[in-house]
Every structure is written in C-alpha cells, then in structure tokens.
Design a protein around this ligand. Structure first.
Ligand code: FMN
Length: 230
C-alpha cells in the first residue's frame, strides 16, 4: 500500500469534512463493555511457543499502531519486524549481556525489588522463541535524505500511544506480546542498522503463549482507584 505522506512542515491548513455515522448509545455501551472485558484478558507473556503467527495479522496491528495520534502529526515511529532467526539470536545475545549487568546490580535495589513479583531475570528465551519481534524506534527528529534535520514534538508521548494501540491490536487479533525494554537499548540500533535519528523504544516479541506458559498473579487497580470525576 502506498500513501502520499510527506512531512507536513509549513503546509497550509486544508480541512476536509469528517462526519462519521453516530453510534447509537446502546451500541456504544455494548461495544465498550465488550472491549473492557476483552482487554482485561490481556497479559504480558514471557513464555512463547515457537509456532508461527499469521504475518498479515502482525502487519495489520502495526498499521493500526501507525494510525495513532502524534504531536504535529509527525508520526515519529519506525517498526522493525524481525523474523530472521539469526538476527533474533543476535538481539537475544546482546540483550542478555545488558540484562546480566542490570540484574547484577545496575538497576539498584529499589528497582530489583519492584521486579521481584514478576519473576523476571537476565535470561530472555522469548527473544528467540517468539516467531517475530517488533522493535519500535522513536524518530527523535526528522532526517531528510540530504541530512537536513527537523524537530519532532512530543515523541515519547506519541510513540507510547502508538505502542499501546499496537498491543491492543495484537491482543484483539489473538496474539500474545511482551513489552521488553532491555536497558540500555543502543545495541538495537547497531544490530538493525537504524539511522542516527532513531532510538529504540521497546522490543515486542509476538506469538502464542507456550503450552506451559504461566504469568504472575497480578491484581489490577479498580476503576475507582484510577478515576477522578469532577
Ligand atoms: C514501558 C514498559 C516496559 C516494560 N519492560 C519490561 C521488560 O523489560 N521486561 C519484562 O519482562 N516486562 C516488561 N514490561 C511488562 C510489565 O512488567 C507488565 O506490563 C506488567 O507487569 C503488567 O503485567 P500485564 O501486562 O500482564 O498486565 C514492561 C511494560 C512496560 C509498559
């Protein structure tokens, strides 16, 4: 699919009508309640089957993510879909090297305490077991082919929203995912040969849970614990 996207810097305001059909309230209630129940079933998976996933479903989820709102509509993201087993091996080796240092003390006691209930450690089999990795990069600034740069605005917020939509789309398509942030993530730019304006944001293994998959027994905050109505 091709689009006529170009950086919108300096373009004139060109409004077009937007008149989506209004959903009846009853249907909104039903749809929202259904989505709430389905999203409550989403869990971060760290134990993956090696079974392949339907690739188009992953591509569609990435396309969903790229519909996210973004500061000044700059869509400051790149999604690298890593299927190649050798590249996944290299990512795992580099990630485990960083994680060994992190878990050996770099994170500090408070962070390690916060992670304890999740049962995570420096061994990351999901990076090679899951059949695909989506490595999300933030475009910290826009880089013209001739090397000219332009500022991007609200990059963290924009990419965070896009990743939220990606995780939602993957889950609703029946796929499991993990938001993995091996720190520091500079090795991802090197292994994946990304340009200098891009910074890794997260590695998202995608697949199906292993037959013996377990997840931490977490309790989520209730709506009244996160909501203030004034
Ligand atoms: C920004 C962010 C970074 C995360 N980094 C990691 C990570 O590096 N490794 C990991 O195992 N889980 C990571 N997670 C997953 C969280 O631990 C998980 O979302 C949380 O424990 C809640 O579990 P749930 O997703 O099953 O509801 C991360 C999640 C987020 C949002």
């Amino acid at each position: 699919m091709t689009t006529n996207w170009t950086p919108n810097h300096g373009q004139a305001f060109a409004p077009v009508p937007y008149r989506p059909e209004r959903m009846p309230a009853e249907q909104s209630l039903h749809t929202a309640a259904d989505l709430r129940a389905r999203m409550d079933e989403r869990r971060t998976v760290r134990m993956f089957s090696t079974d392949p996933v339907p690739e188009q479903a992953v591509l569609d989820a990435i396309a969903v993510a790229s519909t996210a709102p973004s500061g000044a509509h700059q869509q400051p993201w790149t999604f690298v879909l890593v299927k190649n087993p050798e590249v996944r091996e290299r990512i795992r080796a580099a990630a485990e090297e960083e994680e060994r240092i992190s878990y050996a003390g770099r994170l500090g006691d408070e962070w390690l305490d916060a992670l304890r209930p999740l049962g995570t450690d420096d061994v990351k089999p999901h990076l090679t077991d899951a059949p695909a990795l989506i490595v999300v990069f933030q475009q910290r600034f826009y880089l013209e082919p001739d090397g000219t740069t332009r500022k991007h605005y609200y990059v963290d917020e924009s990419v965070g929203i896009a990743v939220g939509m990606l995780l939602t789309a993957l889950h609703l398509a029946g796929l499991a995912a993990l938001t993995h942030t091996p720190s520091p993530m500079k090795f991802l730019s090197e292994v994946l040969d990304r340009p200098r304006n891009e910074k890794a944001f997260a590695v998202i293994p995608v697949g199906y849970p292993a037959d013996d998959c377990v997840v931490p027994d977490l309790v989520r905050k209730s709506l009244d614990q996160v909501l203030v109505v004034v």
